[in-house]
Design a protein around this ligand. Structure first.
Ligand SMILES: [Zn+2]
Length: 442
């Protein structure tokens, strides 16, 4: 039987409705920390605040530095019967996008403004609204003395805006659960996502020639078997375009416009000086792929195709392009990975989230695919069934005068509180038990 009865749903709803001001205050508090990334390395204070907020609610927390000045916080509220009941991860990032020229904003971006039913400030939609809603949801469940039998885990992470994968660090530390909700911007849709990987393709000559030798390299009777790395990169770029078109024609995935799986030559660097023949050229590419693909497979397809392109060129055949894929930080490594995420509408976690949404809004939520990427892919890749579900619209995220509708934030908080109560009071399947738990990190 479901744990959240109509009566309990009404208690949760009324309590959150009555504490709307407290919720807005909490958003205001979080927005007040200017955790802009890049440059990042500025999240210690907000993470200290969230750590304390969780400890005050009896969470057992761990906080560790991912980079100097940027720490992750993971808190676990131990369930009364954690071996037998389902565990949940709520994940959100504390970093926010750059603000650009602050004078373009109607009011200062780090001072929350409420006007006409909306909250304004950097990060309200992406995603301090979602974080504040999650924190208040837990507090309300506590204050109403609603017990949670399974473990509830809150991950407050860094680095999402610059591909620093604070979330990957959590999964690498062994933090797991039976289900995860990433409360990033989704306009209250339940979403999965495609994936992104960036990479560098480099053509390097073993010889460096003076500009004056070009004639001997490119004309009849010249005799120098050399090449200009920039010119050779043209072949690689046109090869990538062919592959991009082939993918657009042959691959598709429900919820995405055809050809969403692009290969963008984003940055090119090459040559040393006008007096030399370019002996090196590097291309930075951004690759989008579908939820049913993984980045290892994508890397393989690109490398194999470019390898064949190189085989058809007498010089490239002996100087094959080199690849460097991904990276753990756009700032440190000039590279990032966001794994893709499929969602299963029939999974019991998705179904109970739909039910909680229905209890709040009296209708079915939209289930689909995000047009952007979040940390949700890392949780999915760690084997945790995961969805993206958060307040705020994507067109407001990263925008000047970023905004979030108050009513949507309140609805989100109600839905999430009900879902936490429902999920953490759902028994683990017999067959899973007791093999998948027993550790605090569950
Ligand atoms: Zn985000």
């Amino acid at each position: 039987m479901d744990f959240v009865t109509e009566e309990l749903a009404a208690r949760i709803t009324n309590e959150i409705e009555a504490r709307k001001d407290e919720l807005i205050q909490l958003v205001s508090k979080l927005v007040g920390y200017p955790t802009v990334s890049p440059p990042a390395r500025n999240s210690s204070k907000i993470q200290h605040y969230i750590n304390k907020y969780l400890m005050d609610l009896d969470f057992k927390t761990e906080r560790w530095e991912v980079y100097p000045g940027d720490s992750n916080v993971v808190g676990i509220l131990p369930g009364d019967s954690a071996e037998a009941y389902k565990s949940l991860i709520i994940n959100g990032h504390v970093d926010v996008a750059e603000v650009g020229d602050e004078s373009d904003w109607e009011t200062p971006p780090f001072v929350l403004r409420e006007e006409g039913g909306y909250l304004y400030g950097r990060g309200v939609a992406d995603m301090k609204g979602g974080l504040a809603g999650a924190l208040l949801a837990v507090k309300v469940l506590k204050d109403l003395n609603i017990p949670l039998k399974g473990n509830l885990q809150l991950q407050s992470v860094i680095g999402e805006e610059v591909g620093e994968a604070g979330t990957l660090d959590c999964t690498e530390r062994g933090y797991k659960a039976d289900f995860a909700v990433v409360v990033d911007t989704s306009d209250l849709h339940i979403e999965g996502q495609g994936g992104v990987i960036t990479g560098w393709i480099t053509i390097q000559s073993t010889e460096t020639y003076h500009d004056g030798l070009r004639r001997k390299m490119v004309h009849a009777g010249g005799g120098i078997h050399g090449a200009n790395a920039i010119e050779k990169m043209m072949k690689v770029i046109s090869g990538l375009q062919e592959l991009e078109r082939h993918w657009a024609i042959t691959k598709q995935y429900p919820g995405f416009a055809p050809g969403t799986n692009t290969i963008n030559p984003a940055v090119i660097e090459g040559g040393r000086h006008a007096a030399f023949v370019a002996d090196r050229c590097s291309l930075w590419v951004t690759v989008h792929f579908y939820p049913n693909e993984n980045y290892e497979q994508i890397i393989k397809e690109i490398e194999e195709h470019i390898h064949l392109v190189a085989q058809s060129d007498p010089w490239l055949r002996n100087h094959p392009p080199q690849f460097k894929w991904g990276g753990k930080s756009m700032i440190m490594d000039k590279g990032e990975v966001f794994p893709s995420l499929e969602i299963d509408p029939e999974h019991i976690g998705t179904r109970l989230l739909v039910k909680s949404y229905r209890n709040t809004l009296g209708k079915k939520p939209e289930i689909g695919m995000s047009t952007t990427v979040t940390d949700a892919g890392w949780l999915g890749r760690a084997g945790i069934p995961t969805v993206i579900f958060g307040p705020g619209k994507l067109e407001d995220a990263h925008a000047i005068n970023e905004k979030l509708e108050v009513q949507q934030l309140v609805d989100f908080t109600k839905t999430l509180a009900m879902f936490m109560a429902e999920w953490c009071n759902t028994q683990k399947e017999e067959k899973e038990w007791p093999f998948q738990n027993g550790s605090m990190k569950n």
